[in-house]
Design a protein around this ligand. Structure first.
Ligand SMILES: [Zn+2]
Ligand SMILES: [Zn+2]
Length: 156
């Protein structure tokens, strides 16, 4: 057993990785099925035309809101999409229920919009954006895999 093929990217480098530089195929950003699990309060699930499957919780999506205000806010805090705001230490922690949308509706053929219960609704979640922030183990570990893939080729 050898671990030579696996290289761990130093944390700093990882954070600099620009995911948006990698082009996505047409099928990769074309949803075949979109499920908004509203009653269950679970989140959003998308089956893509290229066979990939993605799922996000509502709480994650709320923290990944792509509107200009939220993007700026995250940038200022150095947060990635989906990463919650750091909670200030409090004597009496306030319970905040996880974010949930009151409704969701498609925007044209390219995006979905949520009307969050907290009143926020400015974010347009394009299919491309969602695919880029896919949280499946494969995509979440894609950066590590990139380094790996260089020495590995599939002969199918
Ligand atoms: Zn927002
Ligand atoms: Zn994925």
């Amino acid at each position: 057993m050898s671990h030579e093929g696996i290289r761990f990217v130093p944390k700093q480098e990882q954070e600099r990785t620009d995911q948006e530089s990698q082009p996505l195929s047409r099928l990769a950003v074309k949803p075949e099925k979109v499920r908004v699990l509203m009653t269950e309060g679970k989140g959003l699930e998308i089956d893509w035309a290229d066979g990939h499957k993605s799922a996000w919780s509502f709480a994650w999506l709320r923290e990944a809101c792509p509107c200009a205000t939220c993007v700026e806010e995250r940038k200022a805090d150095g947060r990635k999409p989906g990463q919650p705001k750091p909670q200030p230490a409090q004597l009496l922690p306030v319970y905040t229920p996880p974010a949930k949308p009151a409704s969701a509706h498609p925007v044209g053929r390219y995006a979905i919009q949520f009307n969050w219960l907290d009143g926020h609704s400015g974010g347009i979640y394009s299919w491309e954006y969602l695919r880029r922030v896919c949280q499946c183990p494969e995509c979440a570990g894609a950066e590590a895999k990139c380094a790996e893939a260089k020495g590995e080729q599939k002969n199918a």
